[in-house]
Design a protein around this ligand. Structure first.
Ligand code: DAT
Ligand code: MG
Length: 142
């Protein structure tokens, strides 16, 4: 792998999966020019989620987040391309879907449901370190 090519771990969360938005998320990723190199549908275990969201342990939304993320299948993927970590975060939009800009996944497809945790359709790695760690959790074979 050329040094400048990055990988990012993307999840279509249970809200997005339930609403049939996995294809729409993948469409936007491919339209941007990033390449999926691994794809799987899986219902996350609490152990996977504890590892994935370790940075948020102890925060008020942590338990609702783990509960929500284990509530059904997610579509997990690894995407590849120069600067795709930053690029996918840009496609995803802001964490809080009410204020996320139109044109972004969260801005176009997400909204506030008045719950203890924001349901915002997608996860994307936020740094090369997170990406390497998260790919190890969801795709240990890579
Ligand atoms: P992001 O998913 O944009 O990287 P994050 O890593 O800070 O955001 O948080 C993980 C998820 O937790 C996020 O997608 C939605 C939820 N979340 C974050 N902050 C929250 C808050 N203050 N209240 C409710 N849910 C929150
Ligand atoms: Mg995050």
């Amino acid at each position: 792998m050329s040094e400048s090519i990055e990988r990012s771990l993307v999840l279509v969360k249970p809200d997005g999966y339930r609403r049939g938005l996995s294809g729409e998320v993948l469409r936007r990723i491919e339209a941007k020019g990033y390449v999926p190199i691994a794809l799987a549908v899986t219902t996350p275990t609490r152990e996977q989620l504890a590892a994935h969201y370790a940075e948020h342990e102890g925060k008020p939304f942590y338990e609702p987040l783990v509960e929500f993320m284990s509530s059904g299948p997610v579509t997990a993927m690894v995407i590849e391309g120069q600067r795709c970590i930053e690029g996918f975060r840009s496609l995803a939009g802001a964490t809080e879907p009410t204020g996320a800009l139109p044109g972004t996944i969260r801005g176009d497809l997400g909204r506030d449901w008045g719950l203890k945790v924001q349901q915002n359709i997608v996860h994307g790695s936020d740094s090369p370190e997170s990406s390497a760690r998260e790919i190890g959790i969801w795709f240990p074979e890579l």
